[in-house]
Design a protein around this ligand. Structure first.
Ligand SMILES: [Zn+2]
Length: 233
């Protein structure tokens, strides 16, 4: 595996114990790797990540893991709003939904598996703490998106991928659905109605746990999977 250093000035100090509890995955959403690296190292852009992985598996280290990189923005998970402060951010080079979203190549996925295992061995990040940017910012973000293979990651021991063939007590009302999504960790409203904010959270759940259909509709399969994940976290 090729690893290179390209230090970014875009970081600050982690507060408190500095313990890392989450691994957040992103896509770059730009036309080329070079363009993305420039931006993540540009002081004016005020964004960064700890690592960037190119399509051929080359890994760039941009920010030291001990420092707080600026990748998540306004975000939330399980009561925490400073996701940058408690996470490591990894960017996967991909044009994203804006510039021609495409599958993540094998070499890139294999490099991510190796890097993620390495990170998980050095920090106490539980399986439920391996997340998409869209999980922690469902109203703003779609990355790394429905083409990212979370099932494969789960089989490799990275993140949560429960057995969806299990029986479960599916949430039947919108209120119960919202409660289950909040129990998983999402910033989901408790309005009891399928408003736009709730639909965005459902779509984020689908991108991660039910990628075959990400329409924000709580159909039977989505409700089933929400129940299984809520029980597993
Ligand atoms: Zn992102």
């Amino acid at each position: 595996m090729k690893r290179r250093d390209r230090p970014s000035p875009n970081f600050d100090a982690r507060q408190g114990s500095g313990a890392v509890e989450m691994l957040i995955l992103h896509y770059t959403g730009m036309r080329t790797a070079g363009e993305a690296i420039e931006r993540l190292c540009n002081p004016a852009a005020k964004v960064s990540a700890h690592y960037l992985i190119e399509e051929d598996g080359t890994i760039w280290r941009l920010v030291d893991e001990a420092k707080r990189a600026w990748h998540a923005g306004v975000s939330f998970w399980r009561g925490c709003r400073d996701i940058n402060g408690v996470s490591i951010g990894v960017e996967l080079v991909n044009p994203g939904h804006e510039f021609g979203y495409c599958a993540f190549p094998e070499a890139q996925m294999a490099a991510l598996e190796t890097l993620a295992r390495d990170i998980l061995a050095r920090h106490s990040i539980p399986p439920r703490g391996v997340l998409a940017h869209s999980d922690v910012a469902p109203q703003r973000k779609q990355d790394p998106g429905e083409l990212f293979d979370w099932a494969r990651m789960g089989r490799a021991g990275i993140g949560l991928w429960p057995d969806f063939a299990q029986q479960a007590a599916e949430p039947q009302t919108t209120e119960a659905l919202q409660t289950a999504l909040r129990a998983i960790g999402y910033d989901c409203p408790d309005t009891g109605t399928l408003d736009n904010a709730t639909r965005a959270v459902i779509a984020a759940f689908q991108r991660h746990f039910r990628p075959a259909l990400c329409d924000g509709e709580a159909d039977a399969e989505t409700r089933h999977r929400i129940a299984i994940v809520a029980r597993a976290v």
